[in-house]
Design a protein. Structure first.
Length: 394
């Protein structure tokens, strides 16, 4: 059946003005050209021929290779690495969608299967990404799988494990100061023709196809639970994950497969929180100052309109969590057998901070393996040679 499924994507639609549409190709990686301004950039999303979605598409079980959802994704010519089909586990009083089980140990694999496919479709000579961690490693892996070179613009402060991941896939890795990373990325795109899988605009638009990969998390949660959850709490940086899941749940309702859709909650570091700022101020997107945080995977000064839309349309909220709250959630997840990096525990930390009751199951997304965290491998191991020494340290 999977081999017979083809993309039903028809075009791109502006999130700044839904009456504005564009052809499916090329992907508008710098947002909607007609509604964006010097102060705010509006993303575009992907439209589909929903009336042609095959009956029974959501009857199939969740499993690796997101091509099983091909009718509701852009074309996927890039080979799979087995992304998707991650477990939904009961732990810490919630359901945890454990995205650390993806091929490069993070949710970014779903996005990069789709965005690297776009690079293949467009005939790009390579892929370029600005990332200090999960995104860079994932983009490098999927580019390598597709036979494309990758340039990764990283920061010197990224964890050694993340840097090792990127280099393992043969990418060209450069340490670039934060303020130069995105201007340099745009120059690489313009002068070398490399396909960008990172943001290039004043507020976040990113790749228009990227959130489509994250929709598959919503499809899987629906299949695994047998119903939509009441609420979803997501670690939030640029909010592509949050918006992608919201779009997936909204599509399930649009198609008549589900009667309800969950409330969506963004969970950001309290040291910044551009989406919380935008939601609370009632503006499309915001840029904030960022104080230090160890949750480097979601440490963003720049927000985007997608996350704001997901929160508002779903009746959710934007939650700020401290490093201490994330560490407590990370520790408890670890004791339940789930090792998440600090950023990946933000969803559970946000759920605990909100403290509300819901009429139905609650899902917290765990985005990445704790192996990628800052300081991993630096803990001192207690030495012991006798039983008494073991007993004394239990």
């Amino acid at each position: 059946m999977l081999q017979e499924l083809v993309s039903l994507a028809t075009g791109q639609r502006s999130l700044g003005d839904p009456d504005l549409t564009y052809p499916l190709r090329p992907p508008l990686t710098r947002g909607c050209p007609r509604t964006s301004t010097a102060a705010i950039a509006y993303p575009v999303g992907v439209d589909y021929a929903y009336d042609r979605v095959p009956a029974g598409l959501f009857d199939q079980p969740a499993g690796p290779d997101i091509a099983r959802w091909a009718p509701l994704l852009p074309p996927l010519p890039a080979p799979t690495l087995g992304e998707g089909g991650t477990p939904l586990l009961e732990a810490c009083g919630v359901y945890v969608k454990d995205e650390s089980r993806n091929p490069t140990w993070s949710h970014k694999d779903r996005l990069n299967r789709v965005t690297v496919s776009a690079a293949v479709t467009e005939g790009a000579p390579g892929v370029v990404v600005a990332s200090s961690g999960n995104h860079g490693a994932s983009a490098a892996a999927y580019a390598a799988r597709a036979g494309l070179p990758a340039i990764v613009l990283a920061s010197a402060g990224s964890p050694p494990a993340a840097q090792s991941f990127v280099r393992a896939y043969g990418a060209a890795v450069f340490s670039v100061p934060t303020e130069r990373r995105w201007p340099l990325l745009r120059e690489i795109v313009d002068r070398l023709g490399y396909h960008p899988v990172s943001n290039q605009t004043v507020t976040h638009t990113g790749h228009p196809y990227g959130p489509e990969g994250y929709k598959t998390i919503a499809y899987e949660i629906f299949v695994q639970l047998g119903r939509p959850p009441a609420a979803v709490f997501a670690p939030t940086g640029y909010a592509e994950l949050l918006y992608g899941m919201w779009k997936g749940f909204a599509e399930l309702r649009r198609l008549g497969v589900a009667e309800t859709a969950p409330r969506m909650f963004s969970c950001e570091p309290a040291t910044g929180g551009p989406h919380a700022r935008a939601v609370n101020a009632g503006v499309p997107a915001a840029i904030v100052d960022l104080a230090p945080t160890d949750a480097y995977g979601i440490a963003c000064t720049v927000g985007g309109h997608r996350g704001v839309r997901a929160v508002r349309e779903s009746g959710g909220d934007a939650i700020l969590v401290t490093d201490e709250e994330m560490r407590a959630a990370q520790r408890d997840l670890g004791r339940a057998g789930l090792w998440q990096e600090l950023s990946g525990a933000a969803g559970l930390a946000g759920r605990r901070k909100l403290g509300a009751d819901f009429d139905g199951p609650v899902v917290c997304v765990g985005t990445s393996s704790g192996f990628k965290d800052v300081g991993v491998g630096s803990a001192k191991i207690v030495e012991a040679t006798t039983f008494d020494e073991v007993l004394a340290n239990l």
